[in-house]
Design a protein around this ligand. Structure first.
Ligand SMILES: Cc1cc2nc3c(=O)[nH]c(=O)nc-3n(C[C@H](O)[C@H](O)[C@H](O)COP(=O)(O)OP(=O)(O)OC[C@H]3O[C@@H](n4cnc5c(N)ncnc54)[C@H](O)[C@@H]3O)c2cc1C
Length: 299
């Protein structure tokens, strides 16, 4: 039986290190435990919230009502060479860094875009995570073949990539449910320079992003490419670098990052987000949309 705990503080499970308690919480390791947890919540009439690596969420200081299922212990992947492709089956809680290591072992291109994107594979699919650089591949849509989803009625369905709707930093068409497994593949065309490229990409990220401080990466999505705008430039040119409320600050290093300078609350981070949106709209006419997702009770 999966262990369900009560009143567990979620801040340490997020990259921003903020967020109140989960009313109920579990860390399943097997599919059966996730199914069990889901039906436990249903019997009690409680909502279910899934948490992957917690690197793209802002959890309310009031916490999350109902059952939070954290998938970080639900991990493992199998890779095999089939029909000139590397084929991978991964449990959704497997970290992207494990996936990166697998692609690196075979010297394959996806290692490059995965370098520096934290969190789990399930979260990578849900967000269609990727990078802005014009490299191939650059997003999860390009390496994902199928996903297995646990429906609220306990059924597990396999959805092929083309049954899903893939957008910029969002994937839909699989809800409601919990992504359990992800099938990925890529042509076996080794690139002997890939490790050097990954090291170089990591160096650039380290020089441009405040990776030494708790954050959620880019807070806002870039406006559509045809506008020519980048969120970071709009924030910077609106004079908002360094703007601070409490312990939440628009990073001095990268204007699209909001960092927790130590002990920030979710409320402070949200206040900074809304202030940035308001000022950028006033000064540039552009309405910034958040990439980060708010979870929990926000009234
Ligand atoms: C320093 C830093 C740099 C970053 N750089 C990038 C970047 O370059 N590109 C980029 O795209 N992102 C970036 N991010 C954001 C983030 O890492 C990605 O969006 C990542 O894919 C989120 O994965 P996660 O496992 O942490 O998801 P979480 O934050 O845990 O969850 C995100 C959403 O997905 C849902 N979810 C997660 N797993 C499942 C599942 N198995 N089933 C159903 N729903 C699920 C959650 O409920 C939530 O709604 C960065 C973050 C940080 C902290």
């Amino acid at each position: 039986m999966v262990k369900i705990q009560e009143n567990i503080i979620l801040a340490p499970m997020t990259s921003w290190l903020v967020g109140g308690p989960a009313e109920f919480f579990c860390l399943p390791e097997k599919v059966e435990e996730i199914q069990e947890a889901q039906s436990w919540a249903q019997i009690k009439g409680l909502p279910v919230q899934v948490l992957g690596g917690g690197t793209n969420v802002l959890i309310s200081d009031q916490g999350i009502r109902g059952l939070t299922i954290c998938l970080k212990n639900f991990s493992g992947l199998k890779a095999q060479e089939t029909h000139e492709r590397l084929t991978i089956e991964a449990l959704s809680g497997t970290s992207k860094s494990e996936l990166l290591k697998t692609f690196l072992k075979y010297k394959l291109g996806p290692a490059l875009f995965l370098a520096g994107i934290p969190g789990d594979i399930g979260g990578g699919v849900a967000m269609n995570a990727g990078v802005g650089e014009m490299i191939t591949p650059r997003e999860f849509v390009e390496i994902t073949d199928w996903i297995d989803v646990l429906r609220p009625n306990g059924e597990i369905v396999r959805l092929q990539k083309d049954q899903l709707k893939w957008d910029y930093r969002h994937c839909s068409g699989w809800q409601p449910g919990i992504i359990l497994k992800v099938g990925l593949s890529y042509p076996l065309n080794p690139d002997p320079t890939i490790l050097d490229q990954v090291k170089q990409a990591n160096k650039i990220r380290l020089s441009k992003q405040p990776l030494d401080m708790p954050s959620c990466g880019s807070v806002f999505v870039n406006p559509p490419a045809e506008t020519g705008y980048k969120a970071a430039q709009l924030i910077d040119s609106s004079g908002l670098k360094g703007f601070t409320i409490g312990r939440a600050q628009v990073s001095m290093k990268h204007a699209n990052f909001i960092v927790n300078t130590g002990g920030a609350t979710a409320k402070q981070i949200w206040q900074v987000i809304t202030h940035v949106q308001q000022v950028v709209l006033e000064k540039t006419g552009v309405q910034l949309k958040t990439e980060v997702l708010r979870l929990g009770e926000w009234k």
